[in-house]
Design a protein around this ligand. Structure first.
Ligand code: URA
Length: 425
């Protein structure tokens, strides 16, 4: 077996054999296939695709590159959620403790933000003392005692994906449905969850810009999960507009705590409850009532225990950026569009995100939204507040925003896109 013949097969639109796939993933993980060869293969896959048989084998090979976790010792059923990434998507923070409060165990292995999308671990690290990196034994311990854990995937889990994802990120090969599906599902299947709900984002702020692409990604992942014995469901959810009223690390933690305290923006509450119901159903706990667990404080109790168990202080004051800049509405009328991608890029430029994996993020940086599509705004009222510790970043961030919103004349009819657009099971 050699890398060049594997690359040529896919370059010439052929089907990779199981042997070719097993070999190339294993040889790449061991360093025998070079980065430049794997990036040529990733580009050939991006351009020419893979069929479902190839994707299933590719996913299995990535799982086999590392360890598989096992939660059989837990007394509760396990259920997990994965979002394909968006702007203001803080849902994991209230969702994991909420589902745990309803009787499930939630092993939530999460990632960091890259580019314009935020990452759960970066958000939680704005809580003083909180640790993302746990050993497998620590992870199991937190899960067993609190019902939920949100942490970084260990180095042993799907190492082929870790290497390949970093390579795709710098070779323009992230946006390939077979590669995204196998990347996400290899980690989730190796993690060992019994049930999985996929939140597949669609819109300007998502990897999938069209509903057709989102459907294709969702059905590919649902098939991969189901074929591996994981009860898997996907919701296609809107990411044309940021979720909630904040994008940025500490800002989003604050908003998540508001939701756990019984308040918070309607779209965040609605999506949290919709995903919670799916996770509980998939775990065989369909009789549980997540709305009650949010209202009676039991989800907040799990949140506090989960944060403390990972070294965080749930009562600590969250970091606030040193400088603010307010963008005002240029006219009076109905806000009809607020672009998730532009808001995500501006938040990233303010310091909430990183350009390279090793860059630090600013905990307090980000954007607060003072209106959402459908709201009436008055000329001169605050529309956005930009937050950063480094005011020299304001100009660069503002350059992302001039065409990020539309205001129509007062009285214009407006129908909001529902947050949950479709369900694929
Ligand atoms: N998230 C992942 O884990 N992998 C991808 O390829 C894209 C998003």
């Amino acid at each position: 077996m050699d890398a060049i013949s594997v690359i040529r097969t896919k370059r010439d639109r052929g089907e990779l054999t199981p042997e070719q796939i097993d070999w190339v993933i294993d040889a790449y993980t061991r360093g025998e296939v070079a980065d430049e060869q794997m990036s040529a293969l990733a580009m050939a896959i991006l351009l020419n695709g893979m069929n479902r048989t190839e994707i299933a084998r590719w996913t299995a090979a990535m799982i086999a590159s590392g360890e598989r976790m096992n939660f059989d010792s837990l007394s509760r059923p396990t259920t997990d959620k994965h979002s394909t990434g968006g702007v203001g998507d803080k849902i994991t923070l209230p969702l994991a403790p909420l589902v745990a409060a309803c009787g499930a165990a939630v092993p939530q292995l999460s990632g960091r933000g890259l580019g314009h999308t935020g990452g759960t671990l970066d958000k939680l690290e704005s809580i003083p003392g909180w640790r993302a990196h746990l050993s497998n034994a620590e992870m199991l311990g937190v899960l067993d005692t609190t019902g939920a854990v949100i942490c970084a995937a260990g180095d042993g889990l799907a190492p082929a994906d870790k290497k390949l994802y970093a390579l795709r990120d710098v070779t323009g090969t992230v946006e390939a449905i077979p590669l995204i599906a196998s990347s996400i599902m290899s980690k989730k299947i190796a993690e060992g969850t019994g049930a999985l709900v996929l939140d597949v984002k669609v819109g300007s702020g998502a990897f999938m810009k069209t509903i057709e692409d989102a459907r294709e990604l969702a059905s590919t992942m649902v098939a991969l999960g189901t074929d591996s014995g994981v009860r898997t469901v996907a919701l296609l959810t809107d990411m044309a507009t940021p979720l909630g009223l904040t994008a940025g690390n500490a800002l989003e933690v604050r908003e998540s705590v508001e939701v756990l305290a019984g308040g918070g923006p309607k779209d965040v509450i609605g999506l949290t409850l919709a995903l919670a119901r799916e996770m509980l159903d998939a775990a065989g706990l369909g009789d549980a009532d997540p709305e009650k667990a949010l209202a009676d404080g039991s989800a907040m109790d799990v949140w506090r225990r989960m944060i403390s168990a990972q070294g965080g202080d749930p009562d600590a004051t969250l970091p606030v950026a040193r400088e603010q800049h307010v963008v005002t509405a240029p006219s009076t009328g109905v806000l009809t569009r607020l672009d998730a991608y532009d808001i995500g890029v501006a938040a990233w430029r303010l310091g909430a995100g990183r350009a390279r994996k090793e860059d630090p993020v600013q905990a307090g940086a980000g954007i607060e939204l003072h209106a959402k599509p459908g709201d009436t705004v008055t000329a001169g009222q605050p529309l956005l507040t930009l937050h950063t510790d480094t005011p020299e970043k304001f100009d660069y961030a503002l350059k992302a925003l001039p065409s990020s919103y539309d205001i129509a004349p007062a009285g214009t009819d407006f129908t909001a896109t529902p947050v949950v657009r479709e369900r694929i099971a």
